[in-house]
Design a protein around this ligand. Sequence first.
Ligand code: ATP
Length: 510
Amino acid sequence: MQNNEEKFKKIIAHSKEYGFIFQSSEIYDGLSAVYDYAQNGVELKNNIKNYWWKAMVQMHENIVGIDSAIFMHPTIWKASGHVGAFNDPLIDNKDSKKRYRADVLVEDHMAKIEAKNQKDIDKARERFGESFDEAQFRSTNARILERQQQIDAITKRFYGSLEKNDLADIKALIEELEIACPVSGSRNWTEVRQFNLMFKTQMGSVSEDSNDIYLRPETAQGIFVNYLNVQKTGRMKIPFGIAQIGKAFRNEIVARQFIFRMREFEQMEMQFFVRPGEELQWFESWKQKRLQWHLNLGIGRENYKFHNHEKLAHYANAAADIEFNFPIGFKELEGIHSRTDFDLSAHQEYSGKKLQYFDPELNESYVPYVIETSIGLDRMFLAVLSNSYDEEKLEDGSERVVLHLPANLAPVKAAILPLMKKDGLAEKAREVMNQLKYDFNCQYDEKDAIGKRYRRHDAIGTPYCITIDHETLTENTVTLRDRDSMQQVRVSISELNEIIRKKLVVKFEE
Ligand code: ATP
């Protein structure tokens, strides 16, 4: 197929055209790095959640779930280290006293270079008229190429420094590029400083009485502060886990990669409480279990990589990411962290409440150690979607866009298609629909030629198309078309539920 960047653009366009993902507030020109899940997107997302929940909670006798609130006591973020940790690079102009985000200044600078290229392109288009080929012009014109190289070099250096937290180099870059303050026009800049990534709001109606509270930047803390309640009321014995799916919010700076990095996103997290000293064994075991969860979906092993962290966060004594081969390259999809007793000890200290567990086998009390598995639901969505997107050339020379989604995740499991509306076929198709819709999410579709309807369902990844024709009326059989092979077989209506059910069975290998 085309290169990855083109593929990524196509997936984004496909997501919109086929009702998976819309830009938030689109009619108001959108809200940056915020997205809405549309009619098919929400089904796929819910199916991913269910697959995770089933594998983690239903399949493990020692793991239970919770759903904690997004708002939490502000001291929690002090205990967790989030208040006091900083994330966005800010810079002030000493003359205008205006404050800017360093990344915005650099990006504006790059946009100006790109605008020059655009101007040259517009001029050339005027000169050459109809025969003008923009792609060719971009790849051959010396001035355009030189400017593009500048943009690439700035991008590489800026994001490299940002990743390394090299704030001095970001300032040096702003100076080297001779970026001036848009208000004062001067290049008299302060040092670059970091700012907090948490969204702040107030609780209470009168501002003087109000308390600053935060939208949670991770769901994990809701589990930690409830761990003892769950342990006691659920009579859980160590080792045990608590799972949760929920929204998290981060005021991300580098938020430009579709649903890969959003300001409002969803996490699926599980915190596993273990005896101190046993955490590294559990860490290894959860790494393997989580990888297997991904592989059980049938997405090839070559698409996953472990990335073991050399530099560890202050709370961890081991950490690894499961990286996925996204169209934007191998990137973090899930994190597995051995968080020691950092969080529970901190909450014990800040709250003044004992968070110890009495271990009846050892006959002693301790603060448990924690292994965390944390996966971004939206990133998982992107992984599944991008992996299943395919443009196929068919034998008759035509093309089809198909999503080879794992059947259990597909938004619609079966499409019910009467060959034509008349002769009682529509009524018969409704009967089939009624027979299936209680068990599966099905769609009835009678509009357009049958081939067109097949394409529509290929494009949203529907595993089966069921066609009702004249033979159905006499024989009570239908044709069942498989999305991937496009093979059609004739089966009896009475077998349909069982055939679809079998297709949706997932392996829960460990
Ligand atoms: P990154 O390094 O990509 O910013 P992170 O290491 O900060 O991610 P964690 O804090 O470990 O991420 O969060 C766990 C998971 O949550 C990540 O593996 C990712 O899948 C997801 N996640 C984190 N930030 C975002 C975001 N802004 N948008 C979507 N998903 C996210």
